[in-house]
Design a protein around this ligand. Structure first.
Ligand SMILES: [Fe+2]
Ligand SMILES: [Fe+2]
Length: 209
């Protein structure tokens, strides 16, 4: 049985690895084995910038799940969060690899957004299971919509980047569903709007920085 201090140390370690290590995916990247499309420099830069945003989102996902798990006493919920967080590690690794292939870099702002997302996760976790799960489900819904937006904007020929985004989108839908299966509450509209606003600031800045 882990004590609260053990839990904190384990999460701290996970946080450091998320930010400064190279977390390894358990599943192979959906882009692996697909041919690299012929793209000009601008298209590659654009794809790398979008993947930088997605990578930053995955860093935030780790922090959110960690905060939510730390603040919850519900073992079933913590298990769901841990399973989702492991799949998000795959996303983290797939997006980082794709950024490298495209000749880009990850966001300088990752530590900042990590800290913010951890704080938000801790608050959500303290609000009780229904709201905690509701926050998770809504986050995943919004990420899914955001990823669809990227698919719409990406070069149609860029099969590798598209494959990564498609697979992530499918996983996020699964995370939202498992949160709903566990009894997620529907968040009030102003909260959803606030989350969209915060996400817009994150995506807007990490695309460039
Ligand atoms: Fe993800
Ligand atoms: Fe997710």
């Amino acid at each position: 049985m882990l004590t609260p201090a053990d839990k904190l140390i384990a999460e701290f370690d996970r946080g450091l690895r998320t930010l400064f290590g190279t977390p390894m995916a358990a599943r192979p990247s959906p882009a692996a084995g697909l041919p690299e499309a012929e793209m000009d420099a601008a298209a590659r830069r654009h794809a790398a910038a979008l993947m930088r945003v997605n990578h930053c989102g995955e860093v935030c996902a780790q922090a959110l799940y960690q905060g939510q798990a730390l603040a919850s006493d519900n073992a079933a919920l913590r298990k769901t969060l841990a399973k989702a967080a492991d799949e998000e590690i795959d996303h983290l690794d797939w997006s980082r690899r794709r950024i490298e292939e495209l000749g880009g870099r990850v966001s300088y702002l990752n530590p900042l957004w990590y800290a913010g997302a951890l704080a938000i996760g801790l608050v959500a976790g303290r609000l009780g299971d229904g709201w905690n799960l509701g926050f998770l489900a809504e986050t995943e819904d919004q990420v899914g919509q955001h990823l669809q937006g990227h698919l719409d904007r990406l070069d149609p020929e860029d099969g590798k980047t598209r494959a990564v985004i498609e697979a992530m989108k499918q996983d996020e839908a699964g995370h939202a569903q498992s949160a709903r299966d566990l009894g997620a509450r529907e968040l009030p509209s102003p909260v959803k709007a606030g989350m969209r606003y915060a996400a817009r600031i994150m995506t807007g800045t990490s695309q460039w920085l």
